[in-house]
Design a protein around this ligand. Structure first.
Ligand SMILES: [Zn+2]
Length: 392
């Protein structure tokens, strides 16, 4: 004996009673239930059975298994009453009926049949058979869907023989009795899920992201209170952004594009100025440094920024018989550069030194850099680089 599915004939029935067919710890099977088990992509219902919370509902060969939060207090053969949590159930009904409507309209208006459906806790998606969908086409589908909602068309369930059921959107490969869900004048689909009784109850239909997925288009959609909650959160995000820029929401696209341009041009200006400043600072430090015994002037700099070190290093290395030793604490970085006529190969000198102090990095003959584990290692590497060359 399996479980009679009350939701098949009445998706609005939430309170019911049934006889316990079997009990095993937290798992209870009844002769009838209004609880929907996870199936056909739709999530299970939650609620209360015999005073205990239902945390999962599974459709298996023994019937519909209610998984309770704690050990079931009911005995086999006893009568037990249950109540399905309505907000979650109704939300699923809205998303699921909205999906039937959108699948029908994507096929009718865009020639894109639905290949698969996913109902998620936050949003739902349809994979439709179209390599791409234009924004205009998506807007057309969304507008038509909301018009059908306003028309409040009847959504009916009927049980038909698979052999004679006509006009199904997708032929069913099942034999025997089919459960057919129809949206008046729009769609007939074989489906075992829970649906609203008229399209008005779907509420707002909002189509969001369209993504390429393999050779299909993945369409994200939200119905009912999910759609209004999302629109509210989008508005809040845009409103905060607009307030930050002391502008109206309508001005944001133009304003953000203008600001992005301005940031790019300022960044390029800043780079030029950093280089110019580095040239002056390099010259100043170079003039102040005394040549070592090998005739090379060693400029030593500590900076907060690796970018600044790099600009300085290149400027010093452009001067005659010069070497540059730069350090920066965060992240612990050492930069070493040498002019072509210094007789020093920066990369060849720095690389083994870094390895010796547990760091890594490298570079070419002119400029090299690396990171070391901590400040003490930086100082040790810098000390060696500052010292007179040993046998080089
Ligand atoms: Zn359905």
């Amino acid at each position: 004996m399996t479980t009679e599915r009350l939701y098949f004939t009445d998706a609005y029935a939430t309170e019911f009673s049934g006889k316990v067919l079997s009990v095993e710890n937290q798992r209870v099977v009844l002769d009838r239930t209004a609880f929907y088990p996870t199936s056909g992509g739709q999530q299970f219902d939650t609620g209360v059975l015999g005073g205990v919370h239902v945390v999962d509902v599974i459709d298996d060969e023994s019937g519909i298994v209610h998984v309770l939060e704690s050990a079931a207090p009911m005995a086999q053969g006893s009568d037990v009453s249950g109540a399905v949590g309505w907000p979650r159930r109704f939300d699923h009904m809205q998303q699921h009926t909205g999906q039937h409507l959108l699948s029908a309209l994507f096929e009718d208006l865009c020639g894109a049949a639905t290949v698969s459906v996913h109902f998620g806790a936050d949003s739902c998606t349809l994979d439709v058979n179209a390599e791409s969908l234009s924004t205009a086409a998506v807007v057309r589908v969304e507008e038509r869907a909301n018009a059908v909602v306003a028309e409040n068309r009847v959504v009916a369930v009927s049980f038909e023989d698979a052999a004679s059921a006509a006009g199904l959107r997708k032929p069913s490969d099942r034999a025997g009795e089919l459960r057919v869900v129809s949206i008046e004048g729009i769609d007939r689909s074989a489906c075992g899920g829970t649906h609203v009784r008229a399209t008005g109850e779907i509420g707002a239909v909002l189509v969001r992201k369209i993504e390429k997925y393999k050779k299909l288009s993945r369409v994200e959609f939200l119905c009912g209170s999910r759609a209004t909650r999302q629109a509210r959160s989008d508005f809040d995000a845009l409103g905060n952004l607009a307030a930050t820029l002391t502008a109206g929401i309508a001005e944001l696209p133009r304003l953000v594009a203008t600001q992005a341009d301005a940031v790019r041009s300022l960044e390029s200006e800043r780079k030029k100025l950093t280089e110019a400043l580095a040239t002056f600072r390099a010259r100043e430090s170079y003039d102040a440094a005394m040549p070592d015994a090998d005739g090379v002037r060693r400029v030593v700099v500590q900076s907060a920024s690796a970018d600044e070190l790099r600009a300085l290093a290149l400027a010093v290395a452009a001067l005659p018989r010069a070497a540059f030793i730069g350090t920066c604490d965060s992240p612990p970085t050492v930069m070493f550069a040498a002019s072509d006529d210094s007789g020093v190969d920066a990369g060849a000198v720095l690389k083994p030194l870094l390895a010796e102090h547990g760091g890594r990095g490298g570079g070419n003959a002119k400029i090299a850099q690396g990171t070391v584990p901590d400040a003490a290692a930086i100082q040790a590497v810098a000390r060696t680089l500052r010292g007179p060359p040993t046998g080089a």
